[in-house]
Ligand binder design. Structure first.
Ligand code: FES
Length: 121
C-alpha cells in the first residue's frame, strides 16, 4: 500500500485511518503466508490509497481508493481466501489498469510537445 506524498496523509483524507487499513491488509496477507510491504508513491496519487496485490495465479491487481470500510472488508476477505477468481465485484469496482492511467496522463503532454514543434516550423 502506498504511503508517501499524499495518500497516507490526513490532509488529503481526514478521518481515514491509513495505518489501520494498512495493518488490517497486512494481517490478511500474513494469514496466507504472503508478504506485504509499504511502498512510496506509486505515481497514481489521484487513485488514493493504492494497493497492489500480486498473485501467482493471475498477476498483479492495482486497486485504488481503498479508503472506506466496504472496500477494506471486501479486499481483506478476498486476500484471506487466496485471491480466487473471478475478483469479487466489490473489489473489481476498485481495480484499475495502471498502464492506462499512465498513458492517459502522458498523452496530453505528448500532444503539447507535438503542437509546440509544429508551431516552431
Ligand atoms: S502516494 Fe499513493 S500513489 Fe502517490
Amino acid at each position: 500500500m502506498c504511503d508517501d506524498c499524499c495518500c497516507g496523509t490526513t490532509r488529503k483524507h481526514p478521518g481515514v485511518d491509513h495505518a489501520g487499513i494498512r495493518d488490517r491488509l497486512a494481517a490478511a496477507v500474513a494469514s496466507t503466508g504472503g508478504r506485504s510491504r509499504d511502498v512510496d508513491c506509486l505515481g497514481v496519487c489521484e487513485r488514493s490509497n493504492v494497493v497492489v496485490v500480486r498473485t501467482r495465479h493471475a498477476g498483479s491487481f492495482w486497486i485504488g481508493e481503498v479508503l472506506d470500510e466496504p472496500i477494506v472488508v471486501a479486499l481483506d476477505g478476498w486476500i484471506r481466501q487466496g485471491t480466487p477468481l473471478p475478483v469479487p465485484a466489490e473489489v473489481a469496482a476498485h481495480v484499475f489498469d495502471r498502464d492506462a492511467s499512465t498513458k492517459a496522463e502522458t498523452e496530453p503532454v505528448a500532444e503539447l510537445v507535438s503542437l509546440q514543434r509544429r508551431s516552431q516550423r
